[in-house]
Write a new protein. Structure first.
Lengths: 458, 446
């Protein structure tokens, strides 16, 4: 066609080279702070992120949600900064800032003009060790977090269903804990609990500083030494191991909440990198999830939404990159005139098919291409690059995996996909949850119900 | 919510874009028309082997002409069968080369966005598919029925979210008879009444070259970009640009709607018609609102509602500038027994700001934030492509960005107070309250 002629002269860089060109530089300060720097000179900006190894999966009963509340309190004053002053200084310097709490991490970031990096470092170093946690600020902020929980969980039936599903699926694994915390645990939280939590986890030897942007790595290391170097290390103990016992049979729950449409959630207990018998297993599960839901051409959209039309929407997801073993998740909403039982059967049939017949080489090839393209697209954002470095490091896998995981995934064979399906995607490993819609009209306020899955941030 | 939030980001990005940094200037925009009459805006970005192409049409729900949901459903069908390919084939052709396609209809515009590698075979296949998607949509009956049924499920799900219910209601009330009143997705009744022929007609009228703007950002030369723009519009009719929309009238004073919902929170929305994309008061209103409720954690509303009183997780105000006056909206959500208190704090803060305007310190901080954050807003091809599409769609001058910073810096506290007093009137605000009956809702009517 015409286009082909036009672009014949276009110079193409080999994609594999692009995908692996991360060039992260690492320095560990004497106090244990790991500093990771990646140069990106496309724009005169920098993102600076501090990642702490603490999140909801470090928590225990009675204190759930504390990591996230502490994240909120990190904006509420240090020995040198009044409450709110952190954000005001960043704003006056044209910065974007926020924070987020996950199961395995709590992270803080600023994106600014590259010459403002010293401001970010000075402020982050302050709150790494010198947070004041004033009680009156805590009491107000706790109310804000409760409002966040109401907004994102209590009044969102699908989110509520996910929270209860998650808690039903896991017995002992701390992944059962909602990131935003159970409502009654938030009620019982005291500022003294936060002080203890802060001192236990917020220290340079439990943190990673990630900088991506228009910077010189040696200058960044020197600047990090200047601001973070004087901070003292803390004795940090790993959280106690709480391994999930073997599930012995399918679990099934219904969640009743005011809603208009049903919602189905299914999860198979699986594994993660560093936990699997065979190193390739988590990667094979990632590829399996992409065979099902790696875009609109993948099987769930093609066969359940467009083909049999049993689903209005259907999804599958799995993350190999977590600190602890997670689940392979399936979810969906039945199409008009179909019900959740039919949708569940259709999803089970999809799982069965993957167990019984090898996936086509073309399907895996499509996913490999998407992975490589995604690595190129990721480079359009310094924030996305830093986030990948920070999360891999913080869940304990190491940033170097960012250069390697595409290769790991690309090596997965159809037989390996089939093998992990047979090993993990079995009925005894399954939890099923159904949102059972209750009438919305003409009812009074719903009782405050426990539970909440959250993508929490400031 | 995500749609509006993205628009806001877009808006602030645009504003910041021209912040006139001495060295790292704004992207160099090249612009021309294709032979069919589509306007093209192009920025060469040679660093990454990728292309962002964004095509926007004056084909948003403001063009529904009484058939609410028509523009949106038309957009939904674009990639569900086009030319010689069915929906499966289109998805396969794009994803097999790692391309990503996004389609969306809002009130003013319908947008089709493609991101692809510039490796030749990949880009060829992606662009060939994109060209078919915009020009040769099939609107097959079977795909139409499926997509419409799923849209109806989405509309039903909207009714289980108190925030979405409130948002739809306040647009209805603010805009009355104007086409901006309707939610782009339509209502269950209006969507059920649409036919595939309605969609085909809408497409034939609005998906035409003279009604389109093409933004291209990527590792291309000007010559290559010209060839791509020419190719993408080759299948479109020349057609005509859509006529101007009717102006937005002031809404009736003090309308109030309560929506009963069994939620743990009460959602409060307050607003009125705001400003156009080319409004003479654009800069004072934009900078003023940045201080009032548009700057996240450091805004006055955040300070009064969240930081001082812990009443809400989210509280904001914004202008959504559109072809005609888009809304000025403020909102929050709080536990039910605080609804009245939160509403009073929200309204008092807006009224006080309108009466007094910002302090010199607040103004200086806002200008530093907006201008200092300028390089962030244009860092990335994807962001630049969105700005280009917006400049083209709303016919802003190509040097608009280059002059932007000086305009922000020229805004004075007096100009903000003056613009707010002329344009914003809390006493006439439309208010929507969603929550359980009774509890939070006692107390004075506005």
């Amino acid at each position: 066609m015409k286009l082909r002629l036009i672009f014949a002269a276009l110079l193409m860089l080999p994609l594999t080279k692009l995908a692996s060109a991360s060039q992260v530089q690492e320095r560990i300060l004497d106090n244990g702070l790991k500093v990771l720097v990646k140069e990106d000179h496309r724009a005169p900006i920098v993102t600076s992120q501090v990642w702490y190894k603490v999140g909801s999966s470090y928590e225990h009963g009675g204190l759930t949600g504390i990591s996230h509340v502490l994240e909120h309190m990190m904006f509420k004053g240090t020995e040198k900064l009044a409450p709110g002053e952190f954000s005001r200084i960043i704003a006056e310097n044209g910065g974007d800032e926020n924070a987020f709490t996950g199961r395995d991490y709590t992270a803080y970031f600023q994106t600014m003009a590259a010459d403002r990096l010293p401001i970010s470092f000075e402020l982050e170093a302050q709150r790494m060790r010198y947070l004041t946690l004033p009680e009156e600020e805590f009491l107000k902020e706790l109310e804000v977090v409760k409002e966040e929980r109401r907004l994102r969980t209590e009044d969102d039936p699908e989110s509520l269903a996910f929270e209860q599903f998650n808690a039903a699926a896991y017995e002992a694994s701390p992944y059962r804990i909602p990131i935003i915390g159970w409502a009654s645990d938030l009620e019982g939280l005291r500022v003294s609990d936060l002080r203890d939590w802060y001192h236990q986890w917020y220290a340079p030897n439990n943190a990673t500083l990630v900088v991506v942007g228009d910077v010189n790595p040696q200058a960044v290391f020197a600047l990090a030494e200047e601001h973070f170097g004087p901070l003292s290390a803390e004795k940090v103990s790993e959280p106690k191991r709480r391994a999930e016992p073997t599930q012995r049979g399918e679990k099934r729950i219904r969640i009743k909440a005011p809603a208009k449409e049903p919602y189905l959630l299914m999860g198979y207990k699986a594994t993660a990198i560093g936990h699997a018998g065979e190193e390739w297993e988590p990667y094979a599960l990632e590829m399996l999830a992409s065979v099902l839901d790696g875009g609109s051409s993948a099987r769930l959209s093609r066969e359940l939404v467009r083909g049999s039309r049993v689903a209005a929407s259907a999804g599958a997801s799995f993350s190999a990159f977590s600190r602890l073993p997670g689940m392979l998740l399936l979810d969906g909403i039945p199409a008009k005139g179909r019900d959740v039982d039919e949708l569940e059967q259709a999803l089970l049939t999809q799982i069965q098919r993957i167990s019984e017949e090898p996936v086509a080489e073309a399907e895996l090839e499509r996913i490999r291409t998407q992975l490589i393209a995604a690595k190129v697209y990721e480079r359009d954002s310094v924030h996305a690059q830093a986030r990948q470095i920070g999360s891999l490091e913080t869940v304990g896998l190491g940033w170097r995996l960012m250069d390697e995981y595409v290769d790991h995934l690309s090596r997965v064979t159809p037989e390996q996909v089939q093998a992990v399906a047979r090993k993990y995607l079995i009925p005894d490993n399954l939890t099923v949850a159904v949102l059972d819609p209750q009438p919305i009209e003409g009812k009074g306020p719903a009782p405050a119900s426990p539970g909440g899955h959250a993508r929490a941030h400031q | 919510m995500p749609i509006n939030r993205r628009l806001m980001a877009l808006l602030s990005g645009l504003l910041l874009l021209l912040a006139g940094l001495a060295v790292q200037a704004t992207p160099r925009i090249e612009t021309w028309e294709t032979s069919k009459g589509a306007r093209v805006l192009f920025v060469a970005a040679p660093d990454l082997p990728m292309l962002d192409a964004r095509i926007v049409f004056q084909a948003g729900s403001a063009r529904d002409n009484g058939q609410s949901g028509l523009a949106s459903l038309t957009a939904d069908l674009l990639d569900q069968g086009a030319g010689e390919w069915d929906a499966d084939a289109i998805a396969e052709r794009l994803e097999a080369v790692g391309a990503e396609l996004g389609i969306e209809a809002q009130r003013d515009m319908a947008s089709v966005s493609l991101r692809t590698l510039t490796r030749q075979a990949a880009m060829d296949q992606a662009l060939e598919t994109l060209a078919a998607v915009i020009a040769r949509t099939r609107f097959a009956a079977s795909e139409f029925e499926r997509v419409r049924a799923n849209v109806l499920i989405g509309l039903n799900r909207d009714e289980q979210d108190p925030g979405t219910l409130g948002k739809k209601a306040i647009y209805r009330l603010i805009f009355g008879d104007h086409p901006y009143a309707a939610d782009p997705a339509g209502t269950p009744e209006s969507v059920a009444a649409l036919s595939r022929d309605d969609l085909a007609r809408f497409h034939a009228r609005h998906y035409v070259a003279r009604n389109a703007v093409i933004a291209l950002v990527g590792a291309l030369t000007r010559v290559e970009a010209e060839a791509i723009a020419e190719y993408l519009t080759s299948g479109l009719a020349k057609g005509e640009s859509a006529p101007a929309l009717p102006p937005v009238q002031d809404s009736p004073s003090g309308a109030l709607e309560r929506i009963s919902f069994p939620s743990t929170q009460t959602h409060i929305y307050a607003g009125q018609p705001g400003m156009t994309r080319t409004d003479p008061d654009y800069f004072p209103l934009y900078v003023g609102n940045h201080i009032l409720g548009g700057s996240g954690m450091v805004s006055l509303l955040m300070e009064e509602v969240r930081e001082k009183r812990g009443l809400s997780y989210s509280v904001y105000s914004y202008f959504l500038p559109m072809a005609e006056r888009g809304p000025f909206l403020a909102g929050l959500s709080t536990k039910n027994d605080q609804g009245q208190q939160a509403r009073e704090v929200l309204m008092d803060t807006i009224e006080r700001f309108r009466a007094q305007g910002p302090t010199q310190e607040e103004l200086a901080a806002a200008i530093k934030n907006i201008t200092g954050g300028f390089p962030l807003r244009i860092a990335g091809n994807g962001k630049i492509a969105q700005y280009l599409a917006m400049i083209g769609f709303y016919n802003l001058p190509v040097d608009y960005l280059d002059r932007f910073n000086e305009r922000v810096e020229a805004v004075t506290a007096t100009a903000i107070r003056d613009a707010f007093q002329r344009r914003i009137d809390p006493a006439r605000f439309t208010i929507v309250i969603v929550g359980p009956d009774g509890t939070a809702l006692a107390g004075r009517e506005p």
